[in-house]
Design a protein around this ligand. Sequence first.
Ligand code: SAH
Length: 228
Amino acid sequence: MPVDGVDYAAQLESLLEQIRAKGVRDVRVLEAVRCTPRHLFVPESHRHYAYIDHALPIGEGQTISQPSLVAQMTQMLELTGGENVLEIGTGSGYQTAILRRLCARLTTVERFPRLTLQAFRNLQLLNLPPITFVIGDGTCGFAPYAPYDRILVTAGAPPKIPQPLIDQLSPDGGKLLLPLGSRQYQLLTRITKHGTRLRAKTFGECMFVPLVGKYGWQPDEVETWQPH
Ligand code: SAH
């Protein structure tokens, strides 16, 4: 139905086609994307672009991720519905909304209080089960609810994986998905933990805003960096 003269539903269907074309076949993931109105998570100034497959600015120099990448990353987590999940980088809350439909418990961490507040307001409109919001440095994880079956990092980490995230991952097949690499380009990497053994699988190049924190990039290493 058109809102302010824009037919978001038709645009969403076209976006879903593009997401399928990029290899997302998990019907639960596709349904979660279909149920999540991305225009609610995008600032009004960019709302007309909400269903174009691009990252968009959300303030504080940060971006809402590209929707096909959000769907691909969600699929890579292989959620079955019962998992305890930690998300690092709440941002707009768009990925948070999609995850919440696919797991049992969700905690999301963001370093900018203003983005957390905005995401909280956006997510309230969707009638989702409870979500725990944490304002702080996600490179330290969030120990009170560990171990996590899944950890998703939506900001680009340096090549060395933050140790607290490995420590807080369930040894019983827990999966950590994160972009690892330089400040501009990263390799999307999935770590699976069995006991003390870690196995890594990479999924190709991506470009995220930097993960800034104690076990990530230092603030003075990223201050001149501008997101594309
Ligand atoms: N999934 C979000 C992506 C936002 S961009 C969305 O689609 O809207 C990545 C987010 O990670 C930014 O909001 C940034 O502020 C946040 N971030 C970067 N370093 C962080 C850290 N150490 N702890 C928590 N959040 C962090």
